[in-house]
Structure formats: C-alpha cells, structure tokens
Design a protein around this ligand. Structure first.
Ligand code: KE4
Length: 430
C-alpha cells in the first residue's frame, strides 16, 4: 500500500495547521506513523489520497451510522441546496427536527440546536448552573465531553490519547469547580454527594463511555446518579453526543431506563454535517435566552443543511429493525474477533453497546473501569491497528476510542475484517 500522497499532504499540512490536523486524535500519535489523508467515502468504505480503500469503523467518529454518502442523506442535501445554505433565521425544518427528537427521546421537552458536541455540553453545563445557582460540577475520569474549559479535566478521547488529560491554558479557578470521580464507582459517587451534594450544580456523564474505548455502565450506576441528583437538587446531564441514535433509537437512556434532566446530542443527528443539540426538562430549558437569563447563541445553529441531513438520518434510523440488525452485525464481528484472538493466544476482550463497540488487548473481560482500560497492552493495539490498516481496515487511531459499525457494513465487509484480524493477531505473535 503506497501512502506517498498522504505523506506529501501531511508535510504540506504541517506548514499551516498545528500538528497538520484539525483535530488531535487524527494525528496518529496514539498508533505511530503519519496520518492518512482521505479524499472520499462510499457506503462502508473510505478512499485515501493514494486511492487505497478501507473498510471504515470510525464513521467520522460516529455520525455515519448509515455509511458514507447514504443516498437518502445526499438527496436531502441536494434538495436543500436548491433552496439555500443559511439564513441566520428560523426555518420550518428546525421545528420538525426538534419535534422528532422530543418524540424519540421523551426526557427532552425542549431542545436547542448548536453546531458541535462541545457547544452542546458547554451550554448544558451553563444552563444547569443557571438553574441551580450552583457552580460545582461532577464528571468522570476518562469521559470526554468536548474541549470545554471546565471539562478538560482527566478527559478521554484525544486528550487521553496524547497523554494530556488535563489541558494547559485553563484557569485553575475553572478546574477547581470540576470534581472528577471514577466511572462506574457507585460508592465513590455516594460518598462525594454525602459530603458535597448540596453544592453540586450537575453531574455530566457519558451513559456509555465511548472516549476511554467503549465502557458500558455497570448495573445500578446510572440509577445511582439519578437518585443522588434527585436527593440533592442537582441536574443530571447525559452526554449522548456519541450514544444518541447510536446505541438505540431512544439513546442510551432508553436502553438503561434512566431519564436525565438534560441530554446533549450530536454526530448522528447531523448525518455528517456540523451539529450539536442540548435539551431536556422545560423548566430548565426555559432558562435559556431569549426566555431566560442564561445566554446561548450560534450563527449557524439549526443550519438548514445540517437539519436536512439530520432529518434524513432520523428517517433512516427509525426504519423498523434498523438497530436490531446493526447490533447483530456488530456482535458477529466481535465474536469473530474474539475467536481469532483466542486461537492466536492473544489476551483480548470486547465490549458492545448497540452499534458501537470496544476492543481491549487485555486479560480483563467486560472491562468496566478506567484503571482496567489503562492496563491494556498498547503495543499489541498499535501492531493490530497497522496490520489492519495494511489489510484495508481503518480503525480509530487510538486505543482509547470506540468503534462504530454502520448499516452499510454487510457480510462481505465483516468477513474481510475478520480475515485481516487473523493476520493482525498472527503479526502480534510474530
Ligand atoms: P465535538 O465538539 O467534537 O463535535 O463533540 C464533542 C464530544 C462530546 N461528547 C462526547 C461523548 C463525544 O464523544 C464528543 C466528541 N467525540 C470525539 C471522538 N471520541 C470526537 C473526535 C475528535 O475529537 O476529533
């Protein structure tokens, strides 16, 4: 596989863009080597600058649950392009997508669109602080909620990949207000709330952690957060930017039957275009300007193109059996990977939540703790990543990211992936 063009583009990018990338996790720092540059995608496949084709398990980090250039999404965008790109004013389609999301996620009574997941979580934190008149917040180690100042504390995703979970440039006054607890540790949360509960504005949590690889909640964890927030008047925020319309039609909250006060969304609801959203209880959301005293705004919020793509995506994912089929296909993939790793004698385990999954080079089964994630064999992962890449399979270039399957991944793609994995496990043993 030649990567000459990607290499040339990378060298050029370095002249103008920090690290040559517009988002750190793309830089391959977690796997070694130089980042690939891509020029197209179709269905389950990505095409790079050297015309190499890859079965794609990143899916633009989650949005492309129906694959690249899904025909319904493209048709919706083409229709909108005939009307206009942006108006800086309201449209009927914004009402329709808001209505659809409120219908599909009953805990959301009012919702506001923004243009990234970071904006969504930043705004949700602000309105939770405005509603409770409290300043302290709780997050969990290894969870990533975008590059919000107060949330870049022991963060996952790219921050963890680069080994910088706590960013420079953030005033201590901000991070002093952020309390970080161990994910899935109910006793730790109960203890913290017993000592500080009445000062806590909100708890923000990924209901399935997807930024320290894929770590589902242990039984009772999410319910314990609900109970404690109720007892202490704190706002419970589910950051479903990744899990929303990814793990189920109603998001992780529908799977685990725990209703948050606020939910953040992104990725899938934009179909690959820039989008985010935050919403929840009307009494909280009515605090937002122009109704209330919590200010939040955005030039391209509710972008007609992003909304058109998002509405097409909601049509696709609402089709009967969409998630059942996707979950089954992911299970087939993961079972096949496990069988091949076991046959090769490689310590390996997987986690799954609907159409997202995690692979761990670890003796631990059912990885549920950040500490277990950090004990994984990164060298094995790096070898696996590169052998898979050289055999036409593109995985997230980090041991701390989840994998995403789409409805465009068919039996052929699953089999090709398993064939590549067999070589990758053998290469680890070589
Ligand atoms: P954005 O601002 O990147 O649109 O969304 C931030 C965000 C918020 N909440 C969760 C649960 C998220 O997973 C994310 C972003 N996810 C990462 C991938 N793990 C984005 C990839 C990147 O940073 O380039």
């Amino acid at each position: 596989m030649s990567n000459d063009n990607s290499r040339k583009l990378y060298d050029l990018a370095l002249k103008y863009i920090p690290g040559g990338v517009n988002s750190p996790v793309r830089a391959f720092k977690g796997v070694g080597g130089n980042p690939l540059f891509f020029k197209g995608g179709q269905d389950a496949y990505l095409i790079d600058a050297d015309d190499n084709r890859y079965i794609d398990y990143v899916g633009a980090w989650g949005p492309l649950i129906a694959g690249h250039r899904n025909e319904k999404v493209i048709a919706a965008l083409q229709a909108q392009l005939q009307q206009g790109l942006a108006y800086g004013a309201s449209t009927e389609a914004e009402i329709e997508i808001a209505r659809r999301i409120c219908e599909l996620v009953p805990s959301i009574e009012r919702i506001r669109l923004v243009t990234s997941g970071t904006e969504a979580t930043m705004s949700a934190i602000r309105v939770a602080r405005g509603y409770t008149r409290r300043d302290k917040i709780v997050k969990f180690e290894g969870c990533y909620h975008g590059h919000v100042d107060g949330l870049l504390v022991k963060a996952g995703s790219g921050a963890l990949t680069l080994g910088e979970p706590d960013s420079l440039g953030i005033p201590k006054a901000y991070t002093d207000l952020t309390h970080v607890l161990p994910y899935n540790d109910i006793a730790a949360v109960e203890k913290f709330f017993a000592e500080n509960g009445d000062q806590i504005a909100c708890v923000i949590v990924e209901p399935v952690a997807g930024n320290m690889n894929c770590v589902p909640p242990v039984p009772g964890f999410l319910q314990s957060l609900r109970t404690l927030c109720d007892s202490h008047g704190s706002v419970l925020i589910f950051d479903e930017v990744m899990t929303g319309f990814r793990v189920a039609l109603g998001g992780a909250q529908s799977v685990f039957q725990v209703s948050p006060d606020l939910t953040t969304l992104g990725k899938v609801i934009g179909g690959g275009l820039p989008v985010g959203a935050f919403g929840g209880k009307q009494e909280i959301m009515d605090m937002i300007a122009p109704n209330g005293a919590v200010y939040q705004a955005g030039t391209l919020s509710g972008s007609p193109l992003a909304v058109a793509a998002g509405l097409a995506m909601l049509d696709i994912v609402s089709e009967p059996g969409f998630y059942t089929k996707l979950q089954a296909r992911a299970t087939t993939l993961l079972d096949g990977l496990q069988q091949r790793a076991d046959a090769a004698g490689i310590p390996f385990s997987t986690n799954q939540a609907g159409a997202m999954f995690g692979c761990f080079f670890s003796e631990h089964k059912n990885v549920s703790q950040f500490s277990q994630v950090m004990q994984c064999n990164v060298e094995h992962f790096q070898s696996y990543f590169h052998t898979m890449l050289n055999n036409g399979v593109y995985l997230a270039p980090s041991a701390y990211e989840a994998g995403f399957i789409s409805s465009a991944h068919g039996d052929t793609e699953i089999q090709l992936t398993l064939d590549a994995a067999e070589k990758a496990f053998a290469a680890i043993n070589a």
